[in-house]
Design a protein around this ligand. Structure first.
Ligand SMILES: Cc1ncc(COP(=O)(O)O)c(C=O)c1O
Length: 381
């Protein structure tokens, strides 16, 4: 089966200007690692197109593994999952306008209620249905983003228990600095969260799911695990931060590839690409690839790609759909040869972490920024 899909893929791939290869076996393997590390339920976070890896295929893979929960940021993402036949539990972690409550009820999508001010509007919208709206109370213990203030949390959760149209399925919070291992911010947040759960007394038993941990918290702060963790970046095999690298054995799932579309030699003093930010010093061999900032490849100096197992620089400005690369010292390179922007070629690798560093950002941004026009090819389905 695997051989067949590789043969089919190698027949197809030459038609793509650029493409992403997503290794679904790596995702399965990373989820199993998180499961065995934490020993609690795992909600796979698949928001932002599964961190660029492709919402539907990743969600299907997760479901096939038997995971019950998927986490998304917006109701549109949840509806797309339902539209593609993905069943099981879905939690919208971000804000949902009360006007969309009927959609949530009809499609069995659980919502985060993040403020007392939403309780009545949600209840009012849900009251027109026989079925209840499933909610998870979101508490702000120190992220200072969405969430009812921790000082008001007990009365907030109790008010949700009293709402007829709503069923409280879960209570959760979110860690602001779990990837900075030297700090005590996470412990302080968890102390506040624990106190809320304690103050609920026997009513705590009514809450099925208690969750707080993103990847860094799940891996490095056992006291954040409760009975479910919400990993995102780690299931894609990437480190939450330099300070919080994943334990050995996690595998990046994503590679980004292209092919050389032209090869030529240009004379000295030739300006390359828009703005002529690179000028040749000698006769130089250059090539083009069909990758640009329209795909999410950042227009900054210092980019490198892999050709024939060697790192070569991108020359001059990245354009919307193309860029120019140096092919000096690569006499055998020809059009159609594979170029790797992210991933391995021979014994060389450009990791998402390396790309993020060059782009002066966190590893999440380059992958979430991969635009929709790049075809995703799934390996090991
Ligand atoms: C509420 C919430 N939970 C979980 C996650 C997953 O975080 P990570 O990708 O760091 O594991 C995120 C991601 O930003 C989030 O916003």
């Amino acid at each position: 089966m695997r051989t067949l899909s590789i043969i089919l893929w190698s027949m197809l791939k030459t038609s793509y200007a650029t493409w992403l290869e997503v290794d679904l076996q790596a995702i399965r393997h990373n989820i199993e690692k998180i499961q065995s590390l934490t020993n609690v339920s795992v909600m796979a976070v698949v928001k932002a197109n599964a961190y660029g890896h492709g919402l539907i295929n990743v969600a299907r893979t997760v479901r096939k593994m038997g995971l019950e929960w998927l986490g998304v940021a917006r109701i549109d993402e949840a509806l797309l999952l339902r539209d593609k036949g993905i069943n099981g539990k879905i939690l919208v972690l971000g804000h949902t306008d009360p006007i969309d409550v009927p959609l949530a009820v009809r499609h069995h999508i659980s919502l985060a209620v993040h403020s007392q001010s939403l309780v009545l509007p949600y209840q009012e919208m849900a009251s027109h249905y026989d079925e209840k709206l499933m909610v998870h109370a979101k508490i702000d213990t120190g992220m200072s983003r969405l969430g009812e203030e921790y000082t008001q949390a007990v009365q907030f959760i109790r008010s949700l228990f009293d709402c007829e149209g709503l069923q409280v399925e879960g209570v959760f919070t979110h860690m602001a600095r779990a990837d900075e291992l030297s700090l005590d911010t996470t412990d302080n947040q968890i102390e506040k969260f624990d106190k809320i759960l304690e103050d609920l007394g026997p009513e705590r038993e009514k809450i099925q799911w208690i969750h707080a941990a993103n990847s860094a918290a799940a891996v490095f702060h056992p006291n954040t695990r409760f009975n479910m963790v919400r990993p995102g970046i780690s299931i894609y095999g990437l480190n939450p931060s330099e300070e919080a690298p994943l334990p050995a054995g996690f595998e990046p799932a994503l590679s980004w590839k292209s092919v050389i579309t032209s090869v030529k030699t240009v004379p000295p003093h030739r300006g390359i690409s828009y703005g002529h930010r690179y000028i040749t010093s000698n006769y130089e061999k250059i090539g083009t690839i069909s990758v640009g900032y329209g795909d999410g490849y950042r227009r900054v100096p210092g980019n490198e790609v892999l050709v024939n197992g060697r790192k070569v620089p991108v020359l001059g400005n990245v354009c919307m759909d193309q860029c120019v690369i140096s092919l000096n010292g690569l006499p055998d390179v020809k059009t159609g040869d594979e170029v790797v922007l992210l991933g391995k070629q021979g014994d060389q690798e450009i990791s998402a972490e390396t790309l993020a560093k060059k782009w002066n950002t966190i590893v999440y941004e380059p992958i979430c920024g991969l635009t929709g026009r790049i075809p995703r090819v799934y390996l090991n389905e």
